[in-house]
Ligand binder design. Structure first.
Ligand SMILES: Cc1cc2nc3c(=O)[nH]c(=O)nc-3n(C[C@H](O)[C@H](O)[C@H](O)COP(=O)(O)OP(=O)(O)OC[C@H]3O[C@@H](n4cnc5c(N)ncnc54)[C@H](O)[C@@H]3O)c2cc1C
Length: 383
């Protein structure tokens, strides 16, 4: 895609989000589902595979391009992005970066057309520290038998493909001996639990997934090599952090738009509340955070694409932007007064939706550890 073509894609996504998805946010919230026609339109626009290689039907978006789309996705319910987020991000990128030619040829065109992939790493005692995972893949004839329980797996109830991290080595824990498998969701022994009841992000589904002696062929081992799973997971998560940071910026910009509109129209003492300087100060804080976040994300994305930094900037952007949008949502609720606490008001919903960004794809604490460790190991560097 050249720059002009990409600008057209961003403009089309922006138009679609604002005219087709935003007006249906309440319906998505109430039904806890994305309407099928929105899902179909997203597939028709190529959104299920926009970060996948063009040769497999994707749009080949770089991280710098991905974040510009993510700013737009962030403007509406996160459930819209979540529907295809795992394909372009954490699950799909494992396949893109480490899959064999046969694995890519088999799965990527399906994903680009609208099939759904899930990233199955987290377990009860392996969240922030996935090296504690206990799911096992035991060699059996010309294949493996996978057993274990994953939880909080995004898109699991819809998944056609699970990208599953399992222990193939002898070590009971640690980063060594973890491998990653492509598990067709229709295989015997794959059991997806009921969808989780979450605080927010209605319409985006997670569930527990049990792999009960699931037999896969040896061709399901990503890259054909055992032991590469931990590095594959980390690589994919790093890229995902820049994307999540951009989604947070988009949400902060929406919170700002809602808050400005409210401050301009809602009156106290016969005057719009936006005339009160303390209200203006809250708006200024949201604006400043969103602006800082946007600039940071663009810088982090360029440094990711050039290879200049795939460690500190992605974590710093995810840390800053997820905390920033939490604060922005809190301020937006405050600006809306009592109305901000009422269901059906967008900022109330976003207040709940925003909370997740500080937790998944690496908590804020884990981002601090990554940044801190890199600084101690490599010394301070100007970013
Ligand atoms: C809605 C949702 C969707 C998700 N989607 C997916 C998915 O698609 N695939 C997937 O594999 N996982 C997914 N997850 C899991 C998510 O990535 C984990 O919940 C997250 O990484 C935190 O792990 P945990 O829940 O086990 O919490 P814990 O790791 O137990 O963390 C609890 C607290 O302890 C802190 N903590 C942990 N270790 C340290 C440490 N070393 N130093 C300091 N503090 C620490 C954490 O920061 C946190 O505050 C999802 C989770 C949610 C809620």
């Amino acid at each position: 895609m050249n720059d002009a073509e990409f600008a057209d894609v961003v403009a089309a996504v922006r138009r679609f989000v604002r005219t087709e998805v935003v007006p249906r946010e309440d319906e998505i919230e109430e039904s806890d589902a994305i309407p099928p026609e929105i899902r179909q339109a997203a597939a028709d626009m190529g959104l299920f595979g926009y970060c996948l290689p063009a040769e497999y039907g994707g749009l080949d978006a770089s991280v710098t391009e991905d974040v510009q789309l993510a700013f737009e996705f962030g403007y509406t319910t996160p459930a819209f992005r979540s529907m295809f987020g795992t394909n372009n991000g954490i699950a799909g990128q494992v396949l893109v970066s480490s899959g064999t030619a046969e694995q890519k040829a088999h799965w990527l065109p399906k994903l680009a057309r609208g099939a759904v992939s899930s990233f199955a790493l987290t377990e009860a005692e392996a969240g922030s520290d996935p090296s504690g995972l206990t799911t096992r893949a035991v060699r059996d004839g010309d294949g493996y038998v996978i057993s274990g329980v994953k939880r909080f797996i995004t898109n699991a109830p819809l998944a056609d493909l699970f990208v599953v991290f399992a222990r193939t080595g002898e070590e009971p824990r640690g980063t060594k001996g973890i491998s990653v498998f492509l598990v067709d969701a229709s295989l015997d022994g794959v059991q997806v639990g009921p969808k989780d009841r979450k605080t927010g992000q209605a319409g985006a589904w997670t569930a527990e997934v049990v792999f009960d002696r699931v037999r896969v062929a040896s061709t399901a081992l990503v890259g054909g090599a055992e032991g590469a799973g931990f590095a594959d997971a980390m690589k994919s998560l790093v890229r995902g952090r820049v994307h999540i940071a951009a989604v947070c910026v988009g949400m902060a910009e929406r919170l700002l738009a809602e808050s400005v509109a409210h401050a301009q129209s809602s009156k106290q003492g016969g005057r719009p509340i936006g005339e009160f300087q303390l209200v203006q100060a809250m708006l200024a804080d949201i604006q400043t955070g969103a602006y800082a976040g946007r600039a940071m994300v663009m810088d982090a994305a360029r440094a990711y694409d050039s290879g200049a930094d795939r460690r500190i900037r992605p974590s710093a952007a995810k840390l800053f932007c997820s905390e920033m949008v939490g604060r922005a949502a809190d301020l937006a609720v405050q600006i809306h007064g009592g109305l901000g606490y009422m269901r059906g008001v967008p900022v109330e919903r976003m207040y709940r939706d925003a909370r997740l960004f500080r937790t998944y794809e690496g908590t804020s604490e884990i981002q601090k550890l990554i940044i801190g460790r890199a600084l101690i190991r490599d010394g301070a560097q100007s970013t």
